[in-house]
Design a protein around this ligand. Structure first.
Ligand SMILES: [Zn+2]
Length: 319
């Protein structure tokens, strides 16, 4: 086994989490961050999802995923680092916080219990049971190995994981070798709800608005586990409306130099996994405002009732 080129000498590895709701623009943010000379992103570091067929799946570089040299080298390096990540596995990688692979047991050990005091008690109990603590922390060690392998491969120093799992920042921060920073990306409830409906996660407007509300509330609730200077909330409309200004704000937050955004963010070498956006489309940022023509007045009323207050909470000027 090769020696672990530990970054401890220079401090913990900077690892960025992006919790929040689906269809918020996190894949876009991953591309933008990857175009920064000091940051690397591969999308969601929880890995390939169960519906991916590895044989036919393509990396954003255009190669068939199984043939992509970047991923072959990264996978091998995690083995050398002592925390193997089989990047060809679908149904998520060892980086995903599903330590027992039993839905109910994992739910009990690491998921949101929808009761903060109970959750704190659970976390304290696990902290006092070394074998279980080690089991729960294993995905954090694998995530660190993956991040380190990718940073070595790209010659960059900050890793950006766009997985939206809101428990992930807290669980990763349990590793003293990770300096976890959180960017909570939030999109206006109307735009995000319309996008959830468009992607047919549900056809019920109230349910789509509840998905938005719950995901953002849960992400925001994670704040208490992190120092204030490690947490940044970014609005999708700000990112699109003032791209360079918002990226500079993110750079300052991460302690990297401000860098001009390249004309085409896709032109920077990338190996991103995730939704179809990885394979093509414009290399510039355009805010998707199609919700304005897609939502009826009745739907807007429903969204206002379900998510209006939370939308205000995040600084949007509606309702
Ligand atoms: Zn690739």
């Amino acid at each position: 086994m090769a020696p672990d080129l530990d970054r401890d000498a220079e401090g913990a590895l900077t690892y960025v989490c992006v919790p929040g709701c689906a269809y918020t623009g996190s894949t876009l943010l991953g591309f933008l961050m990857n175009a920064h000379p000091e940051c690397a992103s591969i999308g969601a570091a929880t890995g390939l999802t169960p519906k991916v067929e590895v044989e036919t799946y393509h990396c954003s570089c255009g190669e068939r995923f199984a043939d992509c040299g970047f991923w072959q080298r990264v996978g091998r390096r995690t083995v050398e680092l002592g925390h193997p990540v089989d990047v060809l596995a679908n149904n998520y990688w060892t980086t995903h916080f599903a330590p027992t692979r039993n839905r109910y047991l994992d739910g009990l050990l690491v998921r949101n219990l929808r009761n903060a005091p109970l959750e704190d008690l659970r976390d304290r109990l696990i902290g006092g049971l070394p074998p279980i603590r080690a089991l729960v922390q294993k995905p954090a060690e694998c995530s660190r190995a993956l991040a380190q392998a990718i940073l070595e491969e790209t010659g960059k120093r900050v890793f950006v994981d766009t997985s939206r799992d809101h428990q992930r920042p807290k669980l990763l921060a349990s590793s003293p070798r990770l300096d976890v920073r959180v960017i909570h990306l939030v999109r206006d409830a109307r735009a995000n709800t319309a996008s959830i409906l468009k992607h047919q996660t549900t056809d019920d407007t109230a349910e789509a608005a509840r998905i938005w509300e719950r995901a953002n509330r849960q992400a925001d609730a994670g704040r208490k586990h992190h120092a204030p200077e490690k947490w940044l909330t970014v609005r999708y409309d700000e990112l699109c409306g003032d791209l360079q200004g918002t990226l500079d704000r993110i750079s300052d937050f991460l302690g990297v130099s401000r860098a001009p955004m390249p004309e085409d963010f896709r032109a920077v070498e990338n190996h991103i996994i995730g939704n179809e956006m990885r394979m093509g489309g414009p290399g510039q940022v355009h805010e998707d405002v199609s919700w304005k023509s897609r939502l009826s007045d009745a739907q807007l009323e429903i969204i206002q009732r379900v998510a209006g207050q939370t939308n205000r909470h995040f600084g949007f000027d509606w309702p």
